[in-house]
Write a protein that binds this ligand. Structure first.
Ligand code: ATP
Length: 289
């Protein structure tokens, strides 16, 4: 009777992030290119003979009740589909928390996709993404995966050619950042540099690495940097150790850098992890495009 599934819930980085305006409901209209990476949490989902959701997590600082977005995703599916069952979820957390890597959103995406399979719900990708949006603006992208241009509040997605088989070094300083606080501190009219999303898209399609690197722009970067000058120090350090390009992901504080070979990424990692133990060499992930 008991079935189970496992999902690798992958993180993302932003290759561009633009904020166009603030809507009256408090959401921000964005335009951004999101790229999935091969850094993932393992999400185990099991049906049980009880009722309701039981969540366990390897990271003790995370909530295991409604405070956890994966828990809310499971409750949403149980209620929406009238599933008369219990669900046990275990998250083996590897993605740093509050880091700008969509760690929570991707766990929720894994739960929706996992429950779809486990209960044979037969939902299309679009339907799963619609349920994801009820949980958060970044969840639909995490369900879609690969690389995509995101518009609206992040839910209008157009798959595009991404950074294929590229090695990145991610550096997460020893503090988290509240996405809400960063967006609140952003003065949209005073944004000094907006990304050129079309130019980045073209550069990715033509695989022009030099132009890709020139177009790495995130309008939230100066905002978070103003709060935490260490982000600028990390970027300088990454450039000193052979990075072709560097950008803060999402609302931060994680900074990622791009290398042309695995060897260069590892060389940089070996030096930088002495200062920043939460450093990761990861490859971009593009299975769906
Ligand atoms: P984004 O890039 O979408 O802004 P993030 O990577 O900056 O997200 P998360 O790791 O998703 O941030 O964490 C944001 C907050 O959500 C944290 O304060 C954390 O307590 C809470 N949270 C709830 N559920 C989870 C989860 N499954 N994984 C990580 N954080 C979670």
């Amino acid at each position: 009777m008991d079935g189970q599934v496992m999902r690798q819930a992958r993180a993302k980085v932003n290759l561009t992030l633009d904020v166009l305006n603030r809507r009256s409901d408090g959401y921000h209209e964005v335009e951004m290119i999101m790229q999935q990476i091969d850094l993932f949490d393992d999400v185990h989902i099991r049906r049980t003979s009880g009722q309701g959701v039981v969540l366990t997590c390897s990271e003790p600082s995370l909530p295991i009740d409604e405070g956890n977005i994966a828990y809310r995703a499971a409750m949403h599916m149980i209620e929406h589909f009238g599933l008369n069952t219990g669900i046990h979820i275990h998250i083996e957390k590897r993605i740093p928390v509050a880091a700008g890597l969509a760690g929570g959103s991707t766990d929720a995406a894994a739960v929706i996709s996992g429950i779809n399979d486990l209960f044979g719900l037969g939902l299309s990708l679009e339907e799963q993404m619609m349920h994801g949006l009820a949980l958060g603006a970044d969840v639909p992208f995490c369900i879609l995966g690969g690389c995509a241009v995101a518009r609206g509040i992040g839910e209008k997605l157009t798959p595009t050619r991404g950074l294929e088989n590229t090695w990145l070094l991610l550096v997460k300083p020893n503090f988290g950042v509240s996405t809400k606080a960063v967006y609140e501190a952003l003065a949209i009219d005073a944004i000094a540099q907006h990304p050129d999303t079309e130019a980045m898209k073209r550069a990715l399609l033509e695989w022009d690495l030099e132009t890709i690197v020139e177009n790495l722009v995130n309008v939230l970067e100066p905002v978070t940097m103003q709060m935490h000058s260490e982000i600028g120090d990390i970027q300088t350090l990454l450039y000193q150790h052979g990075a072709l390009g560097v950008l803060m992901s999402g609302s931060g504080p994680t900074v990622f850098s791009i290398y042309d070979t695995y060897e260069r990424a590892i060389e940089a990692y070996q030096r930088i992890q002495l200062h920043y133990p939460q450093s990761y060499v990861v490859r971009t992930y593009n299975s769906t495009v």
